[in-house]
Ligand binder design. Sequence first.
Ligand code: B1M
Length: 211
Amino acid sequence: MSKIDDVKANVEKGKTKIVPGLVQEALDEGSNPVEILDAMVSAMGIVGDKFSANEIFVPEMLMAAKAMAKGVDVLKPLLAGEGGASLGTCVIGTVQGDLHDIGKNLVAMMIESAGFTMVDLGVDVSAEKFIDAVKTNENVKLVACSGLLTTTMPALKETVKTLKGSGLNGFKVLVGGAPVTAQFAAEIGADGYAPDAGSAAIKAKELVAAA
Ligand code: B1M
């Protein structure tokens, strides 16, 4: 079994303590950080499938998420760039009712490394909290909203509607998350959509440059 396979298997099993060491060993063996990240994302896909099939339950899903987060911590300095001059502030959060944050954290990391100052509001963020953050932080150019559940897609819609109807301006709204599509993003009035963390960073720059 290659070290990357080992990382994948242990994220799937939720082995929080050993995953960081395995990630480091994979790096030491010359594996590419993006390849290691992809393996961990793929492990989470398997975890999701097992959950759907009632082979595992919420606690196992949570342990796998924790193991992946520990692995990402090791990769973070290698995946995130230097930043440089700020393109403005990005406020990011997972919408109300939704506790999933791994994808949101990856998106935050990539947008930050593209040159934005990041304000991360965490998970279960109400539309009002997004509005407060736009008001209280300087130079907000982007609001990035993540949603992972089909049941929180209405919260995504509500957040975009509240932001767009707030009378505040100077920022664009980017949405994404597994159940979100470009069509849904357009329907709810978001300025942009991205399917993954890498393209979210590219889209963030495009949206702000076009403003
Ligand atoms: Co949950 N969960 N979960 N879960 N969970 C899913 C999402 C699910 C698909 C699993 C399944 O059934 N197969 C399913 C949703 C089904 C649906 O909505 N149709 C599900 C469910 C049902 C639930 C609960 C309802 C279970 C329950 O309690 N009965 C519950 C809901 C809790 C809540 O949020 N209120 C729940 C709970 C949890 C845990 C807390 C245990 C845990 C989350 C822990 C955490 O995040 N800290 C968890 C996990 C781990 C998952 C799976 C297994 C993995 C999610 C993940 O981290 N993926 C997930 C199954 C799956 O994804 N296949 C599942 C890896 C991550 C890198 O990908 O988050 O998709 P992702 O992010 C990607 C893109 O989506 C995109 O870029 C990211 C990186 O490339 N992206 C954006 C994300 N945000 C973006 C924003 C953007 C742009 C792109 O712009 C702003």
